[in-house]
Ligand binder design. Structure first.
Ligand code: ATP
Length: 509
């Protein structure tokens, strides 16, 4: 997969009404995007698939929808006012701004690439006899690179963990990292940059209260812990789920909707008895991976990556990484957040955030396992894994989005073979019957082949064609997007077939 493919995916997303740059008539706004007619359908379907898997299928998980604005003390308690920073550095010649830690990460990736090159060369040389694990452990050059990576990673993690900005700067100097734009090593000092957007409440001059746009949805769940406990009749272990917008003033935002300044999160906080959190952490890792795999993309598109450097609130953390066109990157985070958040809210608010456990007859602050996935990132994962350019038997090329049918924006296209002989009327009848249950598209313009291509390009899994035979025996053809096979079936069968193939149970169970 390449940069080239990624460019094709972004322009396809725009051309077919999935994603547009925000305020495009004013030349756009950096790292902010709008979703078009097909985009909003796909996005809503992803939300539903997540919400149903988490809330509807779990008796002990309930949902909420908290406001984006929250009392400013929330962010003091959560640690975001003090610690939600990224280290930034400027190159004095190009005037370009970078995340200092990412410059070092990119340097590490280059060394890693050298290792992979050695491995590839050796595999070619030794063929079937190649013992990769042994080679990685023993080859002198690979050993040297591995030692370099370990040493640099250790210094990077130390600097980040201790908030030691001069050490980070020293590391960039020591590694002789140059600005990819200017090619020079003329860097400023490293500074902390808080990622929260600030705004204010109230119109009276001087009395305005500073507010933040929430940088994560999780805190809306924690501050409502007591409310939900009292009103939802939940017993530990239980979860609270939420889908909503989050805002981060990212220093550099690139790669399309991978890193945005306004985005959406789907988060679930699972409250458990202290001491059982590791069991639940493993359990949620497995469940979340199962959810991803249920969509049917190849298994090697996913991997876990455990965090070496834990956030201030976590005692274990892993990412589910996805193979994007630009490499494996975080798609979802699973964190064991201990009792950090509830405890801090107890301290800052003076309200008890505790649970009386009727089984052990103890009162405690529950521990929390969090699953947190970016909706827009999931959207990008699906788009990039679905996009295919296929050469057909007749030598022509079709562009198809092999989106998992349960998520496809349009489920079925209804197409009269020709625009006469009463076929449009017959097709409209079918459209009217199906539209109550499915997102359907009616299309009579252009030759049938071109209409199929149009549906392929937006990922419609099924197309029903009404032809002259339909008029005499009420049968239609049902075309499958992926196999392009057509079967002839009674029109009356279509709703049943679609219901069966698009049923949640068929995907998730
Ligand atoms: P990253 O390391 O990529 O900055 P993070 O570790 O800060 O992400 P979390 O705070 O764990 O991310 O947020 C949970 C999820 O929210 C991420 O797995 C990702 O899918 C999504 N997410 C985070 N930041 C952004 C962003 N700027 N744009 C889009 N999605 C995001």
């Amino acid at each position: 997969m390449s940069e080239d493919l990624f460019k094709k995916i972004t322009s396809h997303a725009k051309e077919y009404g999935f994603v547009y740059p925000s305020s495009e008539i004013y030349d756009g706004l950096s790292a902010v995007y709008d979703y078009g007619p097909n985009g909003v359908l796909l996005k809503n379907n992803i939300k539903q698939y997540w919400w149903k898997a988490m809330v509807q299928l779990h008796e002990n998980i309930v949902g909420i929808d908290a406001a984006i604005f929250m009392h400013p003390t929330v962010w003091k308690a959560s640690g975001h006012t003090d610690a939600f920073n990224d280290p930034l550095i400027d190159n004095k010649d190009s005037k370009k701004r970078y995340r200092a830690d990412q410059l070092v990460e990119e340097h590490l990736a280059k060394i890693q690439a050298k290792i992979e090159k050695e491995v590839r060369k050796a595999r070619k040389r030794f063929g079937d006899a190649f013992d990769e694990a042994k080679f990685r452990a023993e080859h002198p050059r690979v050993q040297k690179y591995t030692a370099q990576i370990d040493e640099i990673s250790r210094k990077l993690n130390d600097a980040l963990a201790n908030n030691n900005l001069p050490a980070l700067k020293a590391l960039i100097d020591e590694l002789e990292i140059a600005d990819p734009v200017s090619g020079t090593r003329n860097w400023t000092d490293v500074k902390q940059f808080n990622l929260m957007f600030q705004t204010q409440l109230g119109a009276v001059a001087g009395s305005a209260q500073h507010l933040y746009l929430r940088p994560e949805t999780a805190q809306g769940i924690f501050v409502n812990f007591n409310n939900v406990l009292k009103t939802a009749r939940v017993k530990i272990p239980f979860g609270i789920a939420q889908i909503g917008k989050a805002f981060r003033n990212e220093i550099i935002a690139r790669q399309f909707i991978f890193r945005m300044r306004e985005f959406e999160q789907m988060e679930m906080q699972f409250f458990v008895r202290p001491g059982t959190e590791m069991e639940w952490y493993e359990n949620w890792k497995e469940k979340r991976m199962h959810w991803h795999r249920s969509l049917g993309f190849p298994a090697d598109f996913y991997r876990f990556k455990d965090h070496e450097q834990l956030a201030h609130y976590a005692n274990a953390a892993t990412d589910i990484e996805f193979r994007f066109p630009f490499g494996f990157k975080e798609l979802e985070g699973i964190h064991s957040r201990t009792d950090f958040d509830l405890r801090r809210h107890e301290e800052f608010s003076g309200r008890k955030m505790r649970y009386f456990d009727p089984e052990t007859r103890e009162t405690y602050i529950p521990y929390v396992i969090e699953t947190s996935i970016g909706l827009d990132r999931m959207f990008l994962a699906i788009l990039s894994a679905s996009y295919k350019e296929e050469t057909l038997d007749d030598g022509s090329v079709r562009t198809v989005l092999r989106i998992p049918a349960i998520l496809s924006p349009v489920k079925v296209a209804v197409l009269p073979l020709v625009k006469k002989d009463g076929l449009p009327e017959k097709a409209r009848e079918l459209f009217d019957r199906l539209k109550w249950d499915f997102q359907v598209q009616y299309d009579e313009k252009d030759a049938i082949g071109r209409r199929y291509r149009r549906q392929d390009a937006i990922g419609t899994p099924y197309a029903v064609t009404v032809d002259h035979q339909t008029l005499s025996d009420d049968t239609v053809t049902l075309r499958d997007r992926d196999t392009m096979q057509q079967e002839r079936i009674p029109a009356a069968e279509i709703p049943r077939i679609l219901n069966q193939r698009l049923h949640l149970k068929a995907w998730l169970d």
